[in-house]
Design a protein around this ligand. Structure first.
Ligand SMILES: [Zn+2]
Ligand SMILES: [Zn+2]
Length: 218
């Protein structure tokens, strides 16, 4: 009765990670790259092992030129079809139009980018896990780095119940923004920490500056 749940388990230690809870999406979020010229493009994702996060995470999938052209052609086709447009709804149509407008930027970027990053922490120390969809359960290609055990992707009833709003094609899309190099774009510190006292604001700024320096230097 509960929603099914994809999870990863280690056969040697007690590592467990929930990957997804089945059901409709409860937000209408799209991950996008934001380019300096104002263009955007979609972020393609794989689930790989991130050695810094010590778990399976969403990782950039750098598309081939063919992947980009196919995706653009699919978008162009659906935008050209009146029936498809009614199904998509205004927010998605506008999102697709922005992707088409940035197609040249996206194409050039895809040719230049190498070495995917973890979309959570930015690390490039990543290992493909081999299995990646809900229909391919079994042992992953990567051993559990922490203990050397085998990692298995499985499914079980967890009794998790989540109420998901009905899909509504007029719901605004919530964008999750990434820089062209795959690093998350943080919302401004002022918005995130509105009520900090003086010294801790400066402490936060120092931490953020240190992180920024680290990434620019690496
Ligand atoms: Zn383990
Ligand atoms: Zn990570």
């Amino acid at each position: 009765m509960g929603d099914s749940c994809g999870y990863i388990a280690c056969d040697k230690c007690d590592f467990r990670q929930t990957l997804w809870v089945s059901g409709k999406r409860d937000t209408f979020a799209e991950s996008i790259y934001c380019f300096d010229n104002g263009h955007i493009s979609p972020v393609f994702k794989n689930k790989w092992w991130c050695h810094r996060c010590e778990s399976v995470k969403d990782v950039e999938q750098i598309p081939s030129n063919g992947d980009v052209q196919n995706h653009l052609a699919d978008i162009y086709t659906s935008l050209s079809d009146d029936k498809a447009r009614r199904f998509l709804g205004r927010p998605t149509i506008e999102y697709y139009q922005r992707i088409l407008a940035g197609s040249e930027t996206w194409t050039q970027w895809a040719r230049a980018r190498k070495d995917p990053r973890c979309l959570t922490c930015g690390s490039q120390e990543l290992t493909p896990i081999g299995l990646m969809n809900r229909n391919t359960m079994g042992r992953l290609d990567v051993a559990h780095p922490n203990c050397g055990g085998n990692l298995y992707l499985g499914e079980r009833e967890m009794g998790i119940r989540a109420s998901h709003p009905r899909k509504n094609n007029t719901t605004p899309i919530e964008y999750v923004r990434f820089a062209p190099d795959g690093l998350p774009i943080k919302e401004s510190a002022a918005e995130e920490k509105p009520s900090s006292s003086g010294p801790s604001v400066f402490a936060w700024l120092a931490v953020i500056a240190a992180i920024a320096l680290f990434y620019f230097a690496s």
